[in-house]
Each structure stands twice: as structure tokens, then as C-alpha cells.
Design a protein around this ligand. Structure first.
Ligand SMILES: [Zn+2]
Length: 145
């Protein structure tokens, strides 16, 4: 399975969101959790797709550690905001793969905090690979509907 395959699934999740953001957590060619933005229906400013995915997965685990997601890849339709990128650091996810960039969202007048995921991850204490630009145009298309 390639990055595009998993991003297509994240895109389907995004279509269910209060805002069109979707994410999936993958390890060993298997999906563990899918999720989308529920900020409006949950009245929760932190209910971004990535947070929802990380939270629902780790809450089901019996142990807590800063490496709880070692070996997992988080696919997300848009570049994680600083809150979500920080949650990735705190969970020790091994790779973040995203579609549209924060800059591309800003260029479309979508509210974002202008700190790149790569910048935040580099300031952290984990070794997280960041892969940008997977199906980015399709991720942006969802905001035009
Ligand atoms: Zn976020």
C-alpha cells in the first residue's frame, strides 16, 4: 500500500467532518483508527481529526508512554496544526504524512496558526519523519464545496 491509498481513506473521513479534515492511523499496512473533525458537534475546540484519532486510539490502550505510537504513521488530509503536531510528539508517532499544507490553507483564507508541522516536530524530542504533499490538491478541493 502506498501513501496515496491511505490518504484516499483519510479524504473519505474528511467528508464526514464538521470541517473537511480527516485522518487515519496506520501500522503494518493496517488501519487502526479513522477520524475526522468534530469541533462543532462536540463543542470542543480540540476535536481536530488528528487529536480525535490519537485520543480514541490511546485511550483504548492499557499502558501509557511517550512512545505509545512508535511504528505508527498518521495520515492527515491537512498539515497538522501546532496542537496536533505537538500531540504527535507526545505520542511518539513515527511518521506524519499530510496532504495540503498550512500555507495553502492560509492562501485560501482558512484560519490557521502559521507554524509548520516540520518546525514544531524539529523542536520536539522525538524522531518523527514528516512527508508532505500527498494528494494535496484533493484535500484542498474539499474546502471549495
Ligand atoms: Zn489540529
Amino acid at each position: 500500500m502506498n501513501h496515496e491509498h491511505w490518504m484516499e481513506i483519510a479524504l473519505e473521513e474528511a467528508k464526514k467532518g464538521d470541517y473537511p479534515y480527516g485522518a487515519v492511523l496506520v501500522k503494518d499496512n493496517q488501519i487502526f483508527v479513522k477520524g475526522y473533525n468534530t469541533t462543532v458537534r462536540d463543542n470542543d475546540v480540540s476535536a481536530h481529526a488528528e487529536i480525535n484519532v490519537l485520543r480514541s486510539f490511546t485511550m483504548g490502550m492499557k499502558n501509557y508512554s511517550l512512545d505509545i505510537l512508535r511504528g505508527y504513521t498518521l495520515y492527515t488530509t491537512c498539515e497538522p496544526c501546532p496542537m496536533c503536531a505537538a500531540a504527535c510528539v507526545w505520542s511518539g508517532v513515527s511518521e506524519i504524512v499530510y496532504g495540503a499544507s498550512i500555507q495553502e490553507l492560509i492562501d485560501m483564507d482558512i484560519k490557521q496558526i502559521d507554524i509548520s508541522c516540520e518546525t514544531l516536530v524539529k523542536q520536539g524530542f522525538q524522531n518523527i519523519k514528516v512527508t508532505p504533499g500527498i494528494l494535496g490538491h484533493k484535500c484542498l478541493e474539499l474546502f471549495k464545496n
